[in-house]
Write a protein that binds this ligand. Sequence first.
Ligand code: SF4
Length: 332
Amino acid sequence: MQPKFDAVYYEPKAMEYELGKRLREKYKSLPWIEIESHNRIPMLSAAEDADFPKLKRHLVLGIRKTHRYAENHKVSDWLVPYTSSGCRAMCMYCYLMCSYNKCSYMRLFVNREEMLERLLRFDARTAKPQTFEIGSNSDLVLENSVTGNLGWTIERFGKKGRGNLTFPTKFDMVQPLLSLNHRGKVIFRMSVNPAEIVSKVELGTSQLRQRIKALNEMAHAGYRVGILIAPVILLSGWKRMYGGLIDELSDELAPEVKQKGFIEIILMTYSFVQDAINTSAFPGAVQIFDRSIMRGRGRGKYCYRSEARAEAESFLRVQISEKLGMPIIYIA
Ligand code: SF4
């Protein structure tokens, strides 16, 4: 899947970088619009919420200036701002809408050498090897189909890094990653949801069957792998849907994924911002906000009430233990 764009908004300085020049050539048939900063594009931020799908068709190129790593305590030790933020897909719960509102289109940062060098310097300084999450602001497998940055990073980190890289994805375009010399330093995490939820809620992402195939291929290629069941959405009929998902994983996952992989589970949180955008942009879409089983959590945010959470958690634990036998490292 090659994402399609209708216009490129760019910081002129980005054109001084090798990646900027390559993208200029790749997308030369599109209109190119000069901007002052990828963070401030008044003509796009003034758009209506209903224009969200149109905004998502734009590609934005800039230079990343903030590089602060945040500590993390799940699969990784650090969240690293890396080569992109935002994404071409339109999952209705996407956390990026909370940070960027309707401007969560794909932004690419062309100064990848600088970002990787910082990462390698940080990695060399730590007392013991650390794991770096490089995909917390975008989907790097999707981004890789535009830039090739993920393959470029894996090979270089494989040679010089001490720790590990990790990233989650909802895409199946892993072919360019399979033959890379990753030296066992990459943990690939495939995010899954029942096929019905993928097609109704995770708009523009790869289908479940293709994701499972890609996960198996990555495991065959020697990558360490995990599965993210995320976010769990308690729509009507959720037990049937998630029970079916675990059946499908049990039938289709390769033995090495079942033997060596792990599972993360995250229940959906939702916000006022996401609800406003989804209501305007996708008026006929499935309603993922359910007031009867959700409660407020901080300003404008919602999560499932504790009874609903407990029921989902115990259902998933039993299903996974009976049908998959893979370790669950956390449920959030
Ligand atoms: S694939 Fe990930 S980053 Fe892209 S819209 Fe969906 S949740 Fe957001």
